[in-house]
Design a protein around this ligand. Sequence first.
Ligand SMILES: NC(=O)c1ccc[n+]([C@@H]2O[C@H](COP(=O)([O-])OP(=O)(O)OC[C@H]3O[C@@H](n4cnc5c(N)ncnc54)[C@H](OP(=O)(O)O)[C@@H]3O)[C@@H](O)[C@H]2O)c1
Length: 356
Amino acid sequence: MSQRHRAVVLGATGTVGQKLVHLLRDHPSFEVAAVAASERSAGRSYRDAVHWMEPGSPPEAVANLIVQTVDDDFDCDLAFSALGSSVASVVEPRLAAAGIPVVSNASALRMDPATPLVVPEVNPDHLELSQFPSVGAPIVTNPNCATVGLVMVLKPLHDAFGINAVHVTTLQAVSGAGYPGLSALDILGDAVPFIPGEEEKLCTEPLKILGRRRGGRIEPASMTISAQTTRVPVLDGHLLCVSLRLRQAASPIEVAEELAAFRGRIAGLDLPSAPDNPITVLAGDEPPTPRRHAGAGGGMTVTVGRIRRCPVHDIRLVALVNNTVRGAAGAAILNAELMVKRGLIGASATEARKAS
Ligand SMILES: NC(=O)c1ccc[n+]([C@@H]2O[C@H](COP(=O)([O-])OP(=O)(O)OC[C@H]3O[C@@H](n4cnc5c(N)ncnc54)[C@H](OP(=O)(O)O)[C@@H]3O)[C@@H](O)[C@H]2O)c1
């Protein structure tokens, strides 16, 4: 087996950080060599610091690591960041400047014009932006957890028919708020139609991801998106109720065929975390639900159902995305796998940066 790249997981004790540690267990290309979190956890073994919520126990090799602070220096080939936005905005550029490529879940730099915001099946060419960091190593971001599900659906339909307008209403799981997240008393037996900052992300991030790369910049896609977001008492899996106005007429059957045929722009690259089918379309009236479909494709497949005509726009459908896997940790790992393929992580990338 080829040597694995040594990774530090930043925010390793949180919801996304734990999912990274869990998914990176036995990964063919990456090993978790260091973990970092807040002062609350630093200095303790990972086993003692983490409130583990993944199945089983933390992997033995990680459980024995001593949690570092994010201000430390790391002897690593890359950093997976699962930090909150304000901390990430300071820590990620510092590590990149020190020559460590950063693969980030945080929103801090997603809309920065020089930072790629990538879903490998949708816009792998946007990684090219990171060929030209002004200093140090690249920072590559993945989108908001609901945005990923939306762009996976929009991409094949925008390519086939063109999309003018999108309205999306979400029903989002509590794991999307991190740990400990909402108090049980604020969500059990209730639904909360307000998630701070979420609607803005859903309205802007897809336009960058679906945008065209022109040299060193992205020209955003021209469509209008309206979003309403709701927190519901579900553990994992965000539902998106979407209605679309198309540029070219299409029937529900044609829409279903385009979605089911979607393989994305990394088909054939053999990336370990890429699912065989990025999208699964359910037949007839069967609805996607968090409990039944959040695990599809190991959490990396978006499940779509209830495709029908819309009397206001043209087409309505419901999509389900696993927010902590495809929407966060799995998305970051898939981005890192693509970065390895493109020579942005590893010894040759480090040598190239030193020489430039
Ligand atoms: N949850 C999701 O479904 C999801 C999806 C997509 C993107 N994201 C993004 O991913 C990031 C992490 O989210 P999360 O849900 O995992 O949050 P979380 O459960 O609250 O975890 C936050 C992590 O950051 C660490 N941390 C907090 N304050 C810190 C500080 N001042 N310095 C250093 N480390 C600090 C925490 O360490 P301690 O345990 O030591 O406090 C913990 O490891 C966020 O940017 C979020 O927006 C989350």
